[in-house]
Unconditional design. Structure first.
Length: 251
């Protein structure tokens, strides 16, 4: 069983298009037009064309591309802010919100033509932001799934909570978890494919595969092909095997 996956995007439409071009080249080499392409989430924030990224994905799925697009924590924060009554994600630090300089919501709104003057209050900004972001984009974010299962693969933006059955995972964990998941060396059943926490290069840990290579910090968007539990990074020269970092489930 084969699947393609694309790491965190963060508003970089040009890098997303380049990732899809690499996937198209690999499809042509192996003659596979059916394997899904899973986008691991974090479509928005920090990058220059968040609006363009969302529209690109909407258009692709509308014309029948076999794409799966998952909800990341940044997508969730944007959707919650743009509800009729704005909300702040409960997983954020107490003094943070979507418009905090570290988060990237200001960059996302800029792609929709909305300026965020320093000191503006939420009640002043919210109507302008909601009017500028098309309802179709808001609905799209609201309806993104938070996980996807394909045979021996399980995709989620941040990961899973170890010990909890996969069909009982909470969205808070699927979008936000870090420490408990990263420190676990237990067999989760399927290989967990995730992003959320940037690494220098796509890394295979045996029970999980991290494909976030830091687009939210000006680095690359990685595209991978997965066959069984093995993964290859796609590049200009074709496939490069992602070597497992350490033995599976060490004693």
């Amino acid at each position: 069983m084969r699947a393609y996956a694309i790491g965190d995007i963060h508003g970089h439409l040009d890098k997303l298009e380049a990732a899809h071009a690499l996937i198209a080249e690999d499809r042509a080499r192996c003659g596979d037009d059916d394997a899904p392409v899973v986008h691991i989430g974090d479509l928005v924030d920090r990058g220059p064309d968040c609006k363009g990224v969302i529209q690109y994905l909407i258009d692709g799925q509308a014309r029948g591309e076999n794409w799966v697009v998952l909800k990341g924590n940044h997508d969730r924060m944007m959707e919650m802010f743009l509800r009729k009554h704005p909300m702040v994600d409960t997983q954020l630090l107490i003094d943070h919100n979507w418009l905090h300089p570290r988060i990237g919501g200001i960059d996302t709104l800029a792609s929709y033509g909305v300026e965020v003057p320093e000191g503006i209050r939420t009640y002043q900004l919210h109507p302008k932001a909601r009017a500028a972001v098309p309802e179709r984009h808001r609905d799209y974010l609201a309806n993104l799934p938070s996980s996807y299962r394909l045979g021996d693969l399980y995709f989620a933006h941040a990961g899973i909570r170890p010990g909890v059955p996969l069909d009982q995972q909470a969205e808070d964990d699927l979008c936000w978890i870090r420490k408990e998941f990263h420190q676990s060396n237990v067999d989760h059943g399927p290989l967990i494919v995730h992003g959320h926490t940037p690494v220098d290069e796509v890394t295979h840990y045996g029970n999980r595969l991290n494909i976030d290579t830091g687009a939210g910090h000006g680095k690359a968007i990685s595209a991978v092909v997965i066959e069984g539990r093995d993964a290859w990074l796609l590049g200009a020269g074709g496939r490069e095997k992602v070597v497992q970092e350490k033995p599976l489930f060490p004693v």
